[in-house]
Design a protein around this ligand. Structure first.
Ligand code: IVH
Length: 673
């Protein structure tokens, strides 16, 4: 009897651990949560009845009484920190240092992986069983957080497999996915508890709980990337070790590449940086390690950092500053947006003194006031935005700003967009709108007229020289040479730039016109589908809507634009003034319609080739590619360790194919199988 109970217990532990691994590490469960709970309850019942409890039983992950304090644990090998590189230049210097130290110019093999923004942990396994888990502490001595770590389902309680070292310290990072962090904060705010400032604090706060049942309720993740002390086990390199971790069922970095030489390292860093926004967790950089363990040993440690590794830190993109004022700014279609004037602050080497507040509803919702201290974020070339008001820093003198009822420039009444949040100035001759339209027309992605930026447009418009973008082509050198910002040379340069802009492409031109809802992408779509601009005159909205991916709102707006008499007259004048518009987008499509014509693809996960290279190939065969999934996506190409896109594709019913499928489609002229 006992034997059969013990056998059932052993079977249940094995099965439950397998399901746990599939769910928490592989993200591909094969049974329902309900079924899992049923098996778990059965195991619990049998354990209670028989008193036979295996150390790697899932029931051992929860239910320890709260501690008074954490015990201290000495690390058998110190847990080091990493030196930092803040530029590609410094990555190169790292490589040069290694070459000098090794007295060799032989190219070195490296691994590059994301730097997880969490807290470092050491897991000590003896004879395959998790014995204890400790925090980094001061690097030499940390805290025993074993009970808490056991509640993290992705942490193996037992190392499976035949290649198990007798003793091994596995190191990794405990972190929280951004989604789970946000959900946790929402819940805390609801309960009147203080929100965590970032996922790292949330992870650290959850691990350093004396009551492990609190930790159990937090969704924590683990990624393993290093070894401390060990007895047994033969690993020759970081890649080799990661492969072993993977087969031993440890979660490992979702992305890791081995490359040779500094230039390739930098290319991978760029790749990680590009993927960063799609990653479910926060990463503040990339960790570069010498791949071969014998070389690591040779290079050794300098004070508290290994010589063989370095952390490349992504440029900071957040800063804290004060709002000095909130202005209403009028855009080219009359949209009035709130803009914050900031106390200048350096973020990632760039001084930021202005930031968008998006719309007035948001100003109200976030309760942003003049005088507030705020967190500002700058991501790439995107306009900086106010993320958060730090309400603790309020003095009581902060001033709320009401939503404007009149246009701040022309005084016309404003109206709210139907069903939307935008408010718009309805004044037809509002100078702000006129100037914005001209500025947009001349901007880099549009007609690219160098020297015709915001200041020059304002000046030329206030002098009465331009009141429509058509007027740009009527400017003469003599008219501008006398103006305060101009001299002989700059006037000539501007005239030359204007002349050059007469030769353009249909996509640029359509974008430049500033048609409501027509951004760069929609302009390109139009150019691909219409040979020249004449085809758009008096077009019916239904004809525009036939274009796949063109929304009804945009189509309506395009049709309205090309029916308006004044607009058509302006276009006529532009042509008379010598505009020459070519349309390479249309020609490419019509001459060599590719096998992927009309198909759209989204790539996800780690693929055997650089993402951009694959996308280019798809595009060269007539397909479209996008960074995110929508109802219009035909195929999701699945690489290794995909992120949230896989779930989304499943929910949208998008066809999911492998890289190999894609290659065979390319070979077979667009057919799958
Ligand atoms: S390796 C001796 N790899 O960064 C090398 N560390 O600044 C030890 N970290 O304490 C670290 N992701 O908490 C390594 N992929 C990664 C990492 C990583 C995050 C953390 C770790 C370490 C800190 C050093």
């Amino acid at each position: 009897m006992t034997d059969s109970i013990n056998q059932e217990i052993e079977g249940l532990v094995k099965d439950l651990n397998e399901h746990c691994y599939r769910y928490h590490v592989l993200d591909s469960p094969v049974i329902s949560d309900k079924e899992y709970d049923r098996l778990y309850r059965r195991l619990k019942e049998l354990e209670e009845k028989s008193g036979y409890v295996l150390p790697d039983s899932p029931t051992q992950r929860v239910g320890a009484p709260p501690l008074d304090k954490f015990k201290k644990v000495r690390h058998r090998e110190p847990m080091l920190s990493l030196g930092n590189a803040f530029s590609y230049e410094e990555v190169k210097e790292f490589e040069q240092r290694l070459n000098r130290y090794l007295k060799s110019d032989e190219p070195i093999e490296y691994t590059v992986e994301p730097k997880y923004d969490g807290l470092a942990i050491e897991l000590t396994y003896r004879k395959g069983m998790l014995e204890y888990a400790s925090t980094r502490g001061d690097g030499y001595e940390g805290e025993d957080v074993t009970l808490n770590i056991k509640t993290i389902q992705a942490v193996p309680l037992k190392i499976e497999g035949s290649t198990m070292p007798e003793e091994i310290d596995i190191r990794g990072e405990i972190y929280m996915d951004i989604n789970d962090f946000e959900a946790l904060n929402r819940e805390r705010e609801k309960k009147g508890e203080q929100a965590f400032a970032n996922p790292r604090n949330a992870a650290a706060g959850s691990i350093r709980q004396l009551d492990s049942s609190i930790t159990a309720g937090r969704k924590l993740q683990l990624s393993c990337y290093g070894i401390g002390s060990r007895k047994g086990g033969t690993f020759s390199s970081q890649m080799d070790f990661i492969a072993w971790l993977k087969t031993s069922r440890f979660p490992v970095p979702s992305f890791i590449r081995s490359v040779t030489g500094g230039d390739e390292v930098i290319a991978v860093i760029k790749d990680i940086e590009e993927r960063r926004k799609d990653l479910p967790f926060e990463t503040d950089g990339a960790v570069i390690k010498v791949n071969k363990f014998d070389l690591q040993l040779q290079l050794g440690v300098k004070t508290r950092e290994p010589r063989w590794a370095i952390a490349y830190k992504f440029p900071a993109h957040q800063g804290i500053t004060r709002i000095n004022g909130i202005r209403a700014s009028v855009g080219r279609v009359g949209t009035i947006t709130p803009v914050a004037d900031l106390e200048p602050v350096k973020i990632g080497g760039v001084t930021v003194s202005r930031s968008t507040l998006h719309n007035w509803d948001e100003v109200g919702r976030k309760d942003v006031r003049v005088g507030d201290t705020v967190v500002v974020e700058r991501a790439g070339d995107v306009i900086p935005r106010v993320i958060e008001v730090i309400k603790d820093r309020r003095t009581g003198k902060e001033q709320p700003v009401p939503t404007p009822e009149n246009c701040p420039v022309c005084g016309s009444l404003v109206e709210k967009e139907e069903g939307g949040v935008a408010i718009r100035c309805i004044g037809l001759n509002c100078t702000a709108q006129v100037q914005e339209r001209i500025r947009h027309y001349a901007s880099r992605a549009a007609m690219d007229i160098e020297g015709l930026g915001e200041k020059s447009v304002e000046l030329l418009s206030s002098q009465g020289l331009i009141s429509h973008f058509v007027d740009i082509y009527r400017l003469k050198k003599e008219m501008i040479i006398e103006l305060p910002r101009f001299a002989e040379k700059s006037a000539q340069n501007l005239i030359d730039a204007i002349d050059r802009s007469k030769e353009t492409t249909l996509a640029r031109f359509l974008y430049a016109l500033g048609i409501l809802h027509v951004g760069e992408y929609a302009a390109k779509l139009l150019a691909r589908n219409f040979r020249d601009i004449n085809e758009l005159y008096h077009i019916e909205p239904e004809k525009v809507e036939e274009i796949k991916q063109m929304g009804g709102k945009t189509a309506g707006s395009v049709a309205r634009f090309f029916r308006d008499r004044e607009n058509l007259a302006a276009l006529e004048t532009l042509m008379d003034l010598g505009m020459r518009i070519s349309n390479p987008e249309f020609e490419v499509e019509s001459i060599e319609k590719g096998p992927f014509d009309g198909m759209s693809f989204v790539l996800t996960g780690t693929l055997p080739e650089a993402r951009r290279a694959i996308e280019k190939q798809i595009e060269s065969m007539g397909g479209r590619t996008a960074g995110s999934l929508s109802g219009n996506t035909d195929y999701l190409v699945l690489g290794e360790s995909p992120g949230s896109k896989l779930k989304k594709a499943r929910s949208l019913g998008t066809k999911i194919i492998s890289y190999d499928d894609l290659v065979s489609m390319m070979k077979s002229g667009g057919r799958l199988f």
